[in-house]
Design a protein around this ligand. Structure first.
Ligand SMILES: Cc1cc2nc3c(=O)[nH]c(=O)nc-3n(C[C@H](O)[C@H](O)[C@H](O)COP(=O)(O)OP(=O)(O)OC[C@H]3O[C@@H](n4cnc5c(N)ncnc54)[C@H](O)[C@@H]3O)c2cc1C
Length: 542
């Protein structure tokens, strides 16, 4: 089916309207025409859901060098020091700008209020309206972007694929869900800011939109992806049957919340000296061990020893949400369980968001600058979206771009008519999500990873047709992302950060203190962090 019935042209195309996309668009809007495609409303994104806050070394007791050290320590040997330096240094400038633009971060009197979260050595997490930091930031960025007539938002426009020719990207094909037509937008630069892929797992804190579309599109276009085996599992998502896995922010433990097992005993000190504030991967694995020990399927998060008024004012969204499920968190303990939360890896970029494809930039959760290494420090991802969104915008402006070639402008794409029935799509999606959770989750091993790959490829074989249907396309994207995670996890025969292999429980510094890079042919190479050489090249040289 040839269904390209509309062609739009712009200087810059931004895909996604979370923190990274909006910040990139604001930069780009000063230099040319910008189209922002987003698959739902502009204010729907993972960013909108972010509760705990945004980390920045701005308090009197803090220093940029400490933020850098904490981030690298959490990254477990894989954080890229250059990328982290940019993050923590430029973070101060971009947060100050957010405040100037009207972001109402919480204050104590006239002073900004900072919280301490897990693995941070200082109180450095800014928050807004208690636990609604993301939506406050989105409010301000959307207002700023919407005030610029150069920036046009196209909501309910689902990107299907990138327009690619000979390794260069010239825009994207998208389904306009309002008139149900496939259209093409041509641009000299495309900035992918389409967020994460939590929906690849059955237990996730991510909203439905986090289906890894940008990762899959970039992979199909031939871009390199890096470190996708590192998926962070948040220790504390609400665990009630029939309820979504609502995130219970780390700040709750930062403010003194306890984890208790089913027998009401605190257990974290048995696993780590930092107790409830140990790094996320350790808390998640400790919970899994405790569940096994006590034959239960949840543990409790307990705030009942904290002052009731404080809880209500500090965590109003958590309080209200739990109350909807008849849990009054000032007097009741909350049943919790780990859930997939954040993808550390993504489309491989340099420090300005440039990918391995010409004219394609990526920023935010879809990208991998190496900032998070093998494990993300809490509240660093909003900061990454802000800093690297702006940097990707600046790079796209600064780079020289050719005009869109005529043959690209006149070419049509071809789409299949064979859309599968919705119930089959939904059933397969559930099967993929459960498979990934059971065999590619918090604890992994080679045998189960292989089984998962075989099963996933079998499921994918029924969905090969290139249909321009949103649900089917999201499912295909989830299956692609699942496969990339499995193949990379199989290749990394060690345990590091969020990637734990029970058949290789130790770190292997010699072979794997490197970033995995996966190509279009699904070959995984390991690249030295500093020199960018592959492991094979490094071993040859030594
Ligand atoms: C519940 C929750 C709480 C969190 N709390 C925190 C926190 O306190 N601090 C912190 O630092 N981080 C937190 N995170 C992580 C953080 O929110 C995300 O990593 C960050 O917001 C990602 O921003 P982004 O701009 O890269 O992507 P997103 O904010 O996810 O935006 C992606 C955008 O791309 C669009 N999109 C996706 N696919 C397509 C497509 N095919 N076509 C068109 N548009 C598309 C989406 O609609 C969306 O607009 C939290 C995450 C969750 C889920």
């Amino acid at each position: 089916m040839n269904s390209d019935t509309g062609v739009l042209r712009t200087d810059f195309l931004v895909i996604g309207s979370g923190i990274a996309g909006l910040r990139a668009a604001i930069e780009l809007g000063s230099a040319g025409k910008v189209i922002v495609l987003t698959k739902d409303r502009p204010d729907e994104s993972n960013t909108e859901w972010a509760q705990g806050g945004i980390a920045v070394a701005l308090s009197d007791e803090d220093e940029v060098s400490l933020h850098l050290e904490d981030t690298l320590r959490a990254g477990d040997g894989l954080g890229n020091p250059e990328a982290v330096k940019v993050l923590v240094e430029e973070g101060i400038k971009y947060i100050s700008e957010l405040i100037e633009w009207g972001t109402a971060f919480d204050r104590e009197g006239t002073h900004l209020s900072f919280t301490k979260e897990a693995a941070h050595s200082r109180s450095r997490v800014l928050h807004a309206k208690g636990d609604s930091t993301g939506s406050e930031i989105i409010r301000v960025l959307l207002k700023k972007a919407s005030a610029n007539p150069n920036i046009v938002f196209k909501p309910h426009c689902f990107c299907l694929d990138l327009v690619v020719q000979d390794g260069s990207v010239w825009g994207a094909f998208f389904l306009d869900e309002q008139d149900k037509r496939v259209k093409k937008v041509l641009a000299q630069s495309t900035i992918l800011t389409s967020g994460g892929a939590g929906q690849v797992y059955s237990e996730t804190t991510n909203p439905d939109l986090a289906t890894g579309d940008g990762l899959a599109m970039a992979h199909r276009a031939g871009a390199l992806l890096s470190d996708v085996e590192f998926f962070q599992f948040h220790p504390t998502a609400l665990f009630l049957s029939g309820a979504p896995r609502f995130l219970l922010t780390e700040a709750i433990r930062g403010e003194g919340g306890y984890l208790r097992n089913i027998d009401c005993s605190r257990f974290m000190r048995q696993y780590h000296e930092m107790g409830e504030l140990a790094p996320r991967d350790i808390v998640s694995r400790s919970i899994v061990a405790e569940l096994k020990k006590t034959s239960s399927n949840f543990v409790y998060l307990d705030l009942t020893h904290l002052e009731g008024n404080f809880i209500q004012s500090r965590f109003p969204r958590v309080y209200a949400t739990c109350l909807n499920y008849n849990i009054d968190i000032t007097v009741d303990m909350i049943p919790v369980h780990p859930a997939a939360h954040y993808l550390m890896g993504g489309i491989k970029t340099d420090l300005s968001g440039r990918t391995s494809l010409e004219n394609l930039y990526a920023a935010g959760e879809v990208a991998c600058t190496g900032v998070h290494g093998a494990n993300r420090l809490a509240s660093n991802s909003l900061l990454e979206g802000l800093v690297y969104g702006a940097r990707a915008g600046l790079a796209a402006i600064a780079d020289t771009h050719l005009a869109v070639p005529n043959e690209v402008a006149s070419s049509n794409s071809s789409w299949s008519d064979h859309t599968q029935e919705l119930h089959r799509i939904n059933e397969t999606k559930l099967a993929v999500q459960h498979l990934m959770w059971e065999k590619v989750g918090i604890l992994r091993n080679g045998k189960e990873l292989k089984e998962a790959l075989r099963h996933l490829l079998h499921l994918s074989s029924h969905f090969m047709a290139n249909t321009p249907d949103r649900s089917e396309c999201e499912l295909r994207n989830l299956m692609t992302v699942g496969e990339l995670i499995i193949v990379s996890a199989m290749a990394r025969e060690e345990s590091r950060g969020a990637h734990y292999r029970s058949d290789y429980p130790c770190k292997d510094e010699q072979k794997f203190k490197n970033h995995s890079v996966i190509s279009k042919s699904k070959h995984v190479d390991f690249i030295d962090i500093v020199s960018s050489k592959s492991t094979a090249e490094t071993q040859k040289a030594t």
